[in-house]
Design a protein around this ligand. Structure first.
Ligand code: ADP
Ligand code: MG
Length: 261
């Protein structure tokens, strides 16, 4: 299937992006009395692609939201490139977030802004780029996700797959060293999933550090360097995908795979 033109695919070169490591140490997250993540220890190496799998409610979204502090950590620490990040605020938090891109299930585009403006907004407002430079970078990114001719459209004029590709372009605009995806294809009609996974594959091969919460088992199997299975707020198993999918060790992982495969 031609998701978008082959020339766009060739243009999709993200290899200039740098890479950072992420490390959770004894990380715990509570909501009131509810301990939703319990003593997480996880290291993601620079350039590694990790797929987070697990049943609904197991803590997957919370895990990645902690990394760029969409949620504050309760206990423990998260290091990015070896530097502790807990409790950052103000300028330091903004700097952290510009190094960590986030792509949401529901796209979260600004409805009243065009595709182009969605991508340039943070560049002009947070990163202080001049409008002309921001526009040039954003048009380049839109081309890389196959949307060069959609720059002037509002989100409502775009398909779900196109909106999610705009969201990926936006997440890449600040040239992050880590990109987090929270079920990026779960809100899409089936025929649009491929075009988004295609962009993500290109990105994975570019060398950026990538953590992807997904129910796309085929994607995890093909693209991830490592699969992390969580349930009940704990990491129950980590393995290369070939091993995880052919011979999961933990009984809960076995049950999970029986349901989803
Ligand atoms: P998953 O993404 O694996 O489906 P989540 O990380 O969204 O799981 O949720 C894990 C647990 O944390 C769930 O029990 C959920 O109800 C709870 N939870 C998530 N966000 C909040 C919140 N903002 N306030 C209270 N509880 C929450
Ligand atoms: Mg979730």
């Amino acid at each position: 299937m031609a998701f978008f033109s082959q020339s766009a695919a060739r243009a999709a070169d993200f290899s200039h992006l740098q890479q950072a490591s992420v490390e959770f140490r004894d990380a715990t997250k509570r909501y009131g009395d509810n301990r939703v993540l319990n003593g997480i220890n996880l290291r993601v190496n620079p350039g590694e692609v990790v797929a987070i799998l697990g049943p609904s409610g197991s803590g997957k979204s919370t895990l990645i939201r902690l990394i760029n502090q969409l949620e504050p950590l309760s206990e423990g620490e998260i290091y990015i490139d070896g530097k502790p990040t807990r409790g950052l605020s103000g300028r330091a938090l903004r700097a952290l977030r510009s190094r960590v891109g986030f792509v949401f299930q529901q796209f979260n585009l600004y409805a009243h802004l065009t595709a182009l403006e969605n991508v340039t907004l943070a560049l002009t407002h947070v990163h202080g780029l001049k409008p002309q430079a921001a526009t040039a970078r954003a048009l380049g990114l839109l081309a890389q996700v196959g949307l060069q001719d959609k720059a002037g459209e509002l989100p409502a004029q775009l398909s779900g797959g196109q909106q999610q590709r705009v969201a990926i372009a936006r997440a890449l605009a600040s040239e992050p060293q880590i990109i987090l995806f929270d079920e990026p294809t779960s809100a899409l009609d089936p025929e649009m999933i491929g075009e988004v996974l295609f962009v993500m594959k290109t990105l994975a091969h570019s060398g950026i550090t990538m953590i992807v919460v997904t129910h796309e088992m085929q994607f995890a199997r093909e693209i991830a360097d490592r699969v992390v299975f969580i349930d009940g707020g704990e990491i129950l198993e980590q393995a290369p995908p070939q091993q995880f999918f052919s011979a999961p060790a933990h009984p809960r992982a076995q049950r999970f795979l029986q349901k989803v495969l």
